[in-house]
Design a protein around this ligand. Structure first.
Ligand SMILES: *[C@@H]1O[C@H](CO)[C@@H](O)[C@H](O)[C@H]1NC(C)=O
Ligand SMILES: *[C@@H]1O[C@H](CO)[C@@H](O)[C@H](O)[C@H]1NC(C)=O
Ligand SMILES: *[C@@H]1O[C@H](CO)[C@@H](O)[C@H](O)[C@H]1NC(C)=O
Ligand SMILES: *[C@@H]1O[C@H](CO)[C@@H](O)[C@H](O)[C@H]1NC(C)=O
Ligand SMILES: *[C@@H]1O[C@H](CO)[C@@H](O)[C@H](O)[C@H]1NC(C)=O
Ligand SMILES: *[C@@H]1O[C@H](CO)[C@@H](O)[C@H](O)[C@H]1NC(C)=O
Length: 633
């Protein structure tokens, strides 16, 4: 009996699957305007996404920065040397701690020290730029090398003739390794002649090594493969510098924009809230250049008086922070004859930038921040910025605030499980239109079943290690729903803790574009200027869809997702269209639990030409598949 039932079930399922089809009709190319800002990125330095990530610097702990400086990533090379953190010979006000190398009276040969990078460093055959500051009694060669930490193979050496004395001196050099290293297990080593400094100490600081950087991002620029991956998404905006990293853990640390400028020697440490000290090498100007080079609209987050430990700046003390935000805007946008515009020009950027969006704070509903945000913090910033910059769109950092002036946007964040996220498909339908929404952060971070980890779990936390296929389908549904209403603009994901949009190590071969990354790219590259109606007799679920039209490109984009349904033929008809050339780009993976991890990409990105058959175009959408049917007029 049981057997018969199961055969019957199998048969009926098969029939259902075979017969599954849905017709979608797009009656018109007219619709509501879609935001011109779909989609974008939220960025903050977290999990070494800046230092040790996108910021191309290879030397970790290059200036022993931070309130508790240590020798992380440094070690001696050769015998007769010891390394110390020294605070008596500051390099600058911003960089008070330096590396002191003591050389024993009996040391011989070439000795020195090495840096391990951010868990290794990749060596390729492009040009590197190295620099360091030195102080002490030494006249002779200093030898810089990139070498294997496994067998000592030297991939590159460069000698610098140094004449050091009791003043700090900077040396800069360039070199090109003759061979690439097979892996990232390499160090950068600095050696000198022991006999010339026996029994003495040499001081070093701000030891820096940059590989070739992305595009024209320059000598303080971005890591090639990661920047390329971000650029290829084709997003429209960049929200920075956070995120919690803007706010800081506790007084007096918040992301002070004015301390991220100019020569690296003037950039102090910022003990960010994510467990490591930010070098601030990726500073305000570097962010603006990043936005420029990738043609992204900057959304500037300004610090609004809330620390993550719950400390709130009282009303009577808030004015200087408001002034700091005004100064920041003047720095970025002011003519060169303004105080801060002149500072910008002096740093080599006479041309003002344009800032159209400013977000006041970050998640000010958390850590007990809402009452003060509601009562005075938001208003003080908003009024001061609006008074001076009436055309700037102000974004409140939480939809929980009430009574903000019409035209104020709100930043909406959601971290969720797949099933639950899909229930937000139509949540923006009834959104208050006076307060457009920026979906600043959205991601599936945990699996549906708490006891059945879909992928790997972060120890002790309900977190996916990598975005899963089912999670990505849920994200696509959320995003389609919000496109239909056209909230301000949105990003699907951000650099978070885990899971991450892009994962990487020091070795570019490990760089992993997650399934979520591909969704972001798929959607960002297929978005029209109007959201067009879609007629059908089918209800949403398990299939979801939305459609936009681009007058500029004369293209329709029909976004589709299948969340726990059967394989379904979807036919799209556009009666007004006589001809029409269509392609279907789909994103899929072996199953809902699948994910991409280093050197193990399981997702598939497939592009197929779809001929017109009868009145429309038919595509097959399998379970847990996301697709975009692009139809050219
Ligand atoms: C190289 O690998 C060894 C062995 O796994 C490890 O101890 C060492 O820290 C690695 N070095 C770098 C620079 O990654
Ligand atoms: C990323 O940072 C968070 C917050 O500090 C930490 O809990 C998590 O373990 C980190 N994850 C990785 C993969 O380093
Ligand atoms: C940067 O600005 C903050 C806030 O105005 C101020 O407290 C700090 O001293 C400034 N830093 C420098 C180096 O001027
Ligand atoms: C356009 O907006 C109106 C009013 O907000 C809404 O009722 C309608 O469904 C929207 N049209 C589309 C195609 O989304
Ligand atoms: C979809 O399937 C997954 C995995 O089989 C399950 O965890 C989830 O609850 C299902 N959700 C819905 C809405 O059917
Ligand atoms: C590749 O990833 C899948 C999950 O998508 C996992 O099941 C599989 O074990 C991984 N393969 C290897 C060789 O790590």
């Amino acid at each position: 009996m049981a057997r018969i039932i199961s055969i019957f079930q199998a048969l009926s399922l098969a029939l259902l699957a075979a017969g599954s089809s849905v017709k979608l009709t797009i009656p018109s190319e007219n619709g509501n305007a879609t935001s011109g800002m779909l989609y974008g990125l939220m960025y903050e330095d977290i999990n070494f996404s800046g230092d040790g990530g996108l910021y191309a610097e290879l030397i970790r702990n290059r200036a022993l920065q931070g309130p508790e400086p240590d020798l992380t990533a440094w070690r001696t090379h050769g015998s007769g040397v010891t390394l110390n953190v020294d605070t008596t010979e500051p390099l600058s006000d911003a960089l008070p701690n330096v590396l002191r190398v003591d050389i024993s009276p009996t040391a011989t040969g070439k000795v020195g020290f090495s840096n391990e990078g951010y868990w290794g460093m990749s060596v390729d055959t492009n040009q590197y730029k190295a620099s360091f500051y030195i102080k002490g009694d030494y006249k002779g060669d200093v030898e810089l090398s990139l070498r294997s930490d496994i067998d000592g193979t030297v991939f590159s050496t460069k000698s610098v003739a140094v004449r050091a004395n009791d003043e700090w001196k900077k040396y800069t050099t360039r070199f090109t390794p003759s061979a690439a290293a097979p892996n990232a297990n390499n160090t950068f080593t600095i050696l000198f002649d022991a006999e010339k400094v026996r029994g003495k100490s040499l001081y070093f600081n701000l030891i820096s090594l940059f590989p070739k950087t992305w595009s024209n991002s320059g000598t303080n620029g971005l890591r090639v493969d990661l920047a390329e991956a971000i650029d290829e998404i084709g997003g429209k905006f960049l929200r920075f510098p956070g995120g919690n990293n803007l706010e800081g853990q506790s007084p007096p640390y918040w992301w002070k924009w004015n301390e991220t400028l100019g020569d690296l020697i003037n950039r102090p440490a910022y003990p960010g809230p994510w467990g490591y000290v930010n070098t601030l090498g990726l500073g305000l100007i570097e962010y603006m250049r990043w936005a420029d080079l990738m043609d992204l609209e900057p959304i500037l987050g300004v610090y609004a008086g809330l620390y993550l430990d719950g400390t709130v700046v009282p009303e009577e003390d808030l004015a200087p922070y408001v002034q700091s935000a005004l100064d920041e805007l003047e720095f970025l946008t002011g003519p060169v004859d303004t105080k801060w515009g002149a500072v910008r020009a002096s740093l080599g950027y006479p041309k003002p930038w344009k800032i159209q969006y400013v977000e006041i704070g970050n998640e000010d509903n958390l850590w007990g921040g809402l009452p003060s945000y509601q009562e005075y913090r938001f208003d003080m910033f908003n009024e001061a910025i609006k008074a001076k910059y009436p055309d700037i769109t102000i974004i409140a950092s939480t939809p929980e605030i009430t009574g903000t002036p019409a035209g104020t946007w709100v930043d909406y964040h959601r971290y969720d499980k797949p099933d639950h996220l899909t229930t937000y498909f139509d949540q923006f339908d009834n959104w208050d239109r006076q307060h457009p929404v920026l979906v600043g952060e959205v991601a599936v971070i945990a699996p549906n079943e708490p006891n059945k980890p879909e992928v790997e779990w972060t120890p002790g936390a309900l977190r996916l290690a990598y975005p899963s296929m089912i999670g990505t389908v849920a994200e696509s549904i959320f995003l389609m729903g919000s496109t239909a209403y056209a909230p301000g603009f949105q990003n699907l994901n951000s650099y978070q803790w885990v899971p991450d949009l892009i994962s990487y190590t020091a070795d570019p071969a490990d760089t992993t574009l997650s399934i979520s990354y591909y969704l972001q790219k798929l959607f960002a590259q297929n978005v029209g200027e109007t959201t067009v109606p879609v007629e059908t007799t089918e209800p949403f679920r398990p299939l979801f869809w939305s459609a936009t039209y681009s007058k500029k490109h004369r293209e329709y984009y029909v976004k589709l997702a299948n969340y726990n349904g059967t394989s379904t033929d979807i036919t799209v008809e556009i009666p007004a269209l006589k001809g029409g050339k269509a392609t279907f780009t789909s994103l899929s993976a072996p199953n809902g639990h699948s994910y991409n991890s280093p050197r193990n990409v399981t997702s598939k990105w497939t592009v197929t030409d779809i001929p017109k058959a009868g009145k429309g175009w038919t595509v097959k959408l399998d379970n847990l598949m996301i697709g975009v049917l692009k139809i050219q007029k």
